[in-house]
Ligand binder design. Structure first.
Ligand code: ADP
Ligand code: MG
Length: 759
């Protein structure tokens, strides 16, 4: 079944060529106990390694089951070792980090046998070698004889056809040697056992055939195979493979035996992760703070469209041609800037309709301010009196404006105002209301006023034709306010809801106001635009209420007249529009929308808008960008350093575990499997350092946040979100895998014989 044909093997050391085997011709029977004797250096180990597929010969052929191995590929040799050969070494070669049970079942694992079955098989084998009570011990907890029995169990558990034993009793005392020999004889009675030994006495007692070697040749063979003896049959080998979980298990136990070091390594490589975690948390927190700040700013800084625009004269660009800080003896006259020129902003019906069609998802509110005079009266302490129109303010309205209200205000009582005759009372953060407002609503000034009392309180709005009476050339307010109060033409405005700014906005716009809806001014304008006083004002070149005169031919005079008319309700164009964006990106969209409206229009038809929050946002954005850049650079450096470090650590680990690599290879592990073991180790270290890094970062955030709190009064500035945390753990694993890749490759390339020889 096994035949060596003219096998030659030599080693090169420097310039010297050392011939280890010379033209070896040997045949073995399926079942025999062969002992190879010979002085040290005669080539016994080399012969065994070649027969076991651990080492490769220079010339000749090794015939297995009637098949030449000349065309064997690496994976065929691996399969051959795993399925065909059981190795027993002089110094046992057990993997020290795992239990003896796991040592024994490693070969079965490589063969892809299920966990349950291989455990059963390994246990049974350990029982047979008399180690039933020790299966969970580590190799170093056993005596030499016991370790050799583990090695025997490991060699036999895969049920190989050939057992190759290289001086298995070399390190044992005579008594133990005899026990081990008995064991090998008992278990291997139906196998081909080829054993190398120095002990001639043992050889003669157990062997069925003794071969003697000297200087790389066979000098005697007590029982050579005769030509007609063997009937060769063809066999097949299955290929081996190691599951990644097995690799993980191996690496996990290896790391566990070096807890302190593993912790130190994980800690060292987690420093990069800690740094990045902190950076992410901080930029996270700063972004959040910035966003809150931006939103608050936005509440105060809408996009403003006034009806008049200031146009400062275009500065002559002459100054750019002049040298800075000239060393000359004369001064240069500079043109005085022209006075500010006021231009009308072309707000017209077309623009107003366009504005109404704006996407409600980007706008949280639009307020239209009209110059219109509201003729308000109310019964105060039993007496009907006219009220100052400034008691009412317009409330930002957009497509039902609920979004604006919900976003910035809490509704404390009642409901939202919708109709023209409905009012909303906004109280400030301390629930205060202006005394004037209380009075105007006809309420008693008391220590506190219940929301119920306020809800349903009213005031009245009178239209021009009832409110004004013509006396001579002028108009005056109708003195019979009592009957106006009772008149059914008079519009009753009632408070239907009480609102208060949300806490996060209070620092910016915390004022108490009484608000009307946008439906009111349009209704009033519609009622008043054709009233007698408006017609009269249109005809005359003086203010029909006050008698103030103006020069109607001048532009200024026309503007004044327009203003009077607008006060009386003849103007349907607001004097100021304020657009409240949902957020910063929405603001950009609004600006785009306005620009789109302006596109292609003549310059004097283009709407001019003011975006006061813009400068602020761009500067804060720039600062954030700069900070982010610096932090990203830091992260990159720490990541780079940490992957190099992992590479070095993995390389050290490869050096340390060289022996284990040899053992695994002798059991039939493929190169790929060896790489897998180290990748698994890298994976575990990466995972550990990722977790450790996140934990340490979380701990560090506590003092960092408390320092920030003391400095800025901002709570929880730095927050590590779980998405970033999991991402960083993945990054850590990824980096260690990359860092470990080259060492893993080095490990997988190691020559198994060399690896086994290393200490
Ligand atoms: P034995 O096991 O009989 O003591 P070996 O098979 O180990 O002998 O060695 C046979 C010869 O080959 C010796 O001369 C030894 O020095 C040489 N040899 C074995 N392995 C190597 C090696 N890796 N490099 C160089 N020479 C080697
Ligand atoms: Mg030897």
């Amino acid at each position: 079944m096994l035949e060596l044909k003219n096998i030659t093997k030599s080693y090169k050391t420097g310039n010297c060529k050392q011939i280890a085997l010379k033209n070896i011709q040997l045949k073995f029977r399926r079942h025999e106990f062969v002992v190879i004797l010979g002085p040290s250096g005669s080539g016994k180990t080399t012969l065994l390694n070649i027969m076991g597929g651990l080492d490769h010969f220079d010339a000749g052929d090794l015939i297995v089951e009637n098949q030449s191995t000349k065309k064997f590929k690496a994976k065929d040799w691996d399969a051959y070792r795993n399925h065909y050969i059981g190795f027993i070494f002089q110094n046992y070669h057990l993997i020290p980090s795992i239990s003896i049970l796991n040592n024994v079942l490693m070969g079965l694992t490589l063969r892809g046998i299920s966990a349950k079955k291989r455990k059963r098989m390994a246990k049974k084998m350990l029982e047979q070698v008399g180690l039933k009570d020790h299966i969970h011990k580590k190799p170093k907890e056993l005596s030499g004889g016991q370790m050799q029995r583990v090695a025997i169990a490991r060699a036999l558990v895969c049920n190989p056809n050939i057992i190759l034993a290289d001086e298995p009793t070399g390190a044992l005392d005579t008594k133990t040697s005899v026990q081990v020999m008995e064991l090998i004889k008992k278990i291997a009675k139906d196998k081909l056992v080829i054993m190398v030994t120095h002990n001639k006495e043992l050889a003669e007692r157990y062997a069925t055939r003794v071969i003697e070697m000297c200087d790389g040749t066979i000098v005697s063979d007590s029982n050579p195979v005769l030509e007609e003896e063997e009937n060769f049959t063809k066999g097949k080998f299955k290929r081996t493979s190691m599951h990644f979980l097995t690799a993980l298990h191996l690496s996990f136990h290896n790391l566990r035996t070096k807890k302190g070091r593993t912790f130190a390594i994980s800690f060292a490589s987690s420093i990069g992760i800690i740094g990045i975690a902190l950076i992410l948390s901080l930029s996270n927190g700063f972004n959040r703070q910035l966003k809150v700040f931006e939103q608050n700013t936005m509440a105060e800084m809408p996009i403003v469209i006034p009806n008049q625009i200031e146009e400062s004269s275009i500065q002559r660009e002459t100054s750019s041609e002049l040298e800075e800080y000239p060393n000359i003896g004369y001064a240069i006259p500079k043109e005085t800037p022209q006075e500010v020129n006021i231009q009308p902003n072309p707000i017209n019906e077309e623009f107003l309709t366009t504005l109404k069609k704006i996407d409600s998802s980007i706008v949280s509110g639009i307020s239209y301010a009209y110059d219109i005079g509201l003729n308000l009266i109310n019964k105060i302490e039993g007496k009907v009196m006219p009220l100052d129109a400034s008691i009412l303010e317009s409330f930002p309205d957009c497509l039902g404006y609920e979004s604006f209200l919900n976003e910035k205000y809490d509704l404390l009582a009642g409901r939202m105002a919708k109709e023209k005759d409905e009012l909303l009372l906004a109280i400030d953060s301390k629930n205060q209301v202006q005394e004037d407002t209380i009075r105007a609503l006809g309420l008693q000034k008391e220590e506190t006023i219940s929301f119920e009392t306020i809800l349903g309180s009213t005031l009245k709005l009178v239209f021009n034709d009832s409110y004004y009476q013509k006396v001579g050339d002028f108009y005056r307010i109708n003195p019979d306010l009592d009957s106006l109060y009772e008149d059914k033409e008079t519009l009753t405005l009632k408070v239907v809801g009480i609102i208060r700014l949300k806490e996060e906005y209070k620092d910016y716009v915390d004022t108490a106001e009484l608000y009307y809806t946008n439906a009111l001014p349009s209704y009033v304008m519609q009622k008043n635009k054709d009233s007698a006083i408006v017609k009269e004002q249109q005809k005359n070149d003086y203010n029909v209420l006050t008698g103030e005169t103006y020069d109607a031919t001048s532009e200024e005079g026309q503007a004044l007249k327009k203003q009077f008319l607008s006060f009386l309700g003849n103007e349907s164009i607001p004097y100021m529009i304020q657009i409240y964006p949902k957020d910063f990106s929405a603001k950009e969209k609004i600006v785009e929308y306005l620009d789109y409206y302006n596109e292609g229009k003549a310059i004097d038809k283009q709407i001019v808008y003011k975006d006061e929050a813009k400068d602020l946002s761009t500067s804060s954005q720039n600062i954030m960008d700069a900070i982010t850049m610096v932090l990203v650079a830091f992260s990159a450096i720490s990541l780079f350093v940490s992957s190099i470090m992992i590479g070095i650590i993995m390389y050290i680990s490869v050096l340390e575990r060289t022996k284990e690599i040899g053992i695994l290879r002798s059991l039939g592990a493929r190169k790929k499997d060896i790489a897998r073991v180290f990748n698994a180790e890298a994976f575990l270290i990466g995972f550990a350092s990722g977790i450790l890094g996140i934990l340490i970062a979380k701990l560090l955030l506590i003092p960092i946040n408390s320092i920030f709190y003391h400095l800025t009064e901002l709570k929880n500035v730095a927050i590590l979100n779980s998405l970033h945390a999991s991402f960083l753990i993945l990054v850590s694993i990824g980096l260690t895998l990359i860092g470990g890749m080259i060492p893993a490759k080095i490990a997988s390339k190691k020559d198994p014989v060399e690896a086994l020889r290393s200490e």
